[in-house]
Ligand binder design. Structure first.
Ligand code: PEP
Ligand code: MG
Length: 324
């Protein structure tokens, strides 16, 4: 296994029937880049920028952020880097940014909701990203999008800051894809409409599962309901992938499920384009993909989506079909 993984470090991710998919990595800070390079990820599928804010005693300046983003983009160039704008709120807090007391923080003031409200913070982040875009292959995604109006509002601010920088003669890329995380069921259901507006989707199963099953992702008393392979979750995921492809867009996944050897065969069967995971899972998943044929996985996914009725049935089906 060690020898196989060694050769896979410099390989692209190809299935047994010769189809290529991107196996990318999730990072929280530029320090995580060593692991990404060591494991040969085909890009960064999720850069969680909130750590930049959480590791700082005050709001990070535009220049501080620019340096961090530039480092990541330059290191990965020409491979793509999907940077997620600040996802604060929920269980993530900043000492210098007091948030309201809320009965349900996970259903409250969080992520893009804060960014659209505190445009000073959001514009600073977008300007830093735009300046860094000249140094690599940048894609930006917005977290916790529930409505198309939120996406359009965020895009409008992005375009305003882009125009401002260009007016000042700052070099910015003209080729920045704008996408959204699919982690709220409303967005998954309306994926066909979202797909006309965005450049890509990245499915955040950590939150999508918790909101779909109404089961707190960190609450052990309801953890039995945290079911990645539940047909309800799989159908939402399929809806998102199909909607993207219908509009010629791509769909990825950056929640934990994207690096799960039980979930990946089903996702291959549904045609997911990009799989972003902890860097330490990249070679394991690349090796697994090499053994799977997408045609066989499509047949299996059909059963998982339409015949089986439980999470456990689907886990057993994948294990049996793929010999895990
Ligand atoms: C997700 O919700 O799946 C996700 C990737 O975002 P986070 O885990 O940072 O909430
Ligand atoms: Mg999330």
């Amino acid at each position: 296994q060690k020898a196989e993984w060694e050769t896979l470090k410099t390989a692209t991710s190809i299935t047994a029937d010769g189809k290529h998919y991107d196996v990318a990595a999730n990072i929280g800070t530029p320090k995580d880049l060593d692991g990404v390079l060591a494991n040969g990820a085909e890009g960064i599928g999720l850069y969680r920028t909130e750590f930049l804010y959480m590791d700082s005693a005050e709001l990070p300046t535009e220049d501080d952020q620019f340096e961090a983003y530039k480092k990541v983009l330059e290191t990965m160039n020409p491979k793509p880097v999907v940077v997620r704008t600040m996802d604060i709120g929920g269980d993530k807090h900043l000492p210098y940014l007091p948030l309201p007391e809320e009965d349900n923080p996970f259903l409250g003031y969080r992520a893009i909701r804060i960014s659209l409200d505190r445009q000073d913070i959001f514009r600073t982040q977008l300007r830093a990203l735009l300046r860094a875009s000249a140094f690599g292959n940048l894609r930006i995604m917005f977290p916790m999008i529930a409505t198309i109006q939120e996406f359009e509002a965020a895009k409008k601010i992005f375009l305003e800051e882009k125009a401002n920088l260009q007016k000042d003669g700052v070099k910015v890329s003209d080729d920045i894809q704008l996408g959204i995380m699919i982690e709220i069921p409303a967005a998954a259901v309306l994926a066909d409409q979202f797909a006309k507006h965005v450049d890509f989707f990245s499915i955040g199963t950590n939150d999508l599962i918790q909101y779909t099953m109404a089961a707190d992702r960190g609450n052990e008393h309801v953890s039995y309901l945290y079911q990645p392979y539940n047909p309800s979750i799989l159908r939402l995921v399929k809806n998102v992938i199909d909607a993207a492809h219908k509009e010629g867009k791509w769909a990825g996944m950056c929640g934990e499920a994207a690096g799960d050897p039980i979930m990946v065969p089903i996702l291959l069967g549904m045609g997911l384009d990009e799989y972003s995971m902890s860097a330490t899972s990249v070679l394991k998943i690349r090796s697994l993909m090499k053994r799977l044929s997408t045609a066989d996985m499509a047949k299996m996914a059909d059963v998982a989506l339409n015949e089986n009725i439980s999470n456990d049935d689907n886990a057993a089906l994948v294990k049996k079909t793929t010999g895990q």
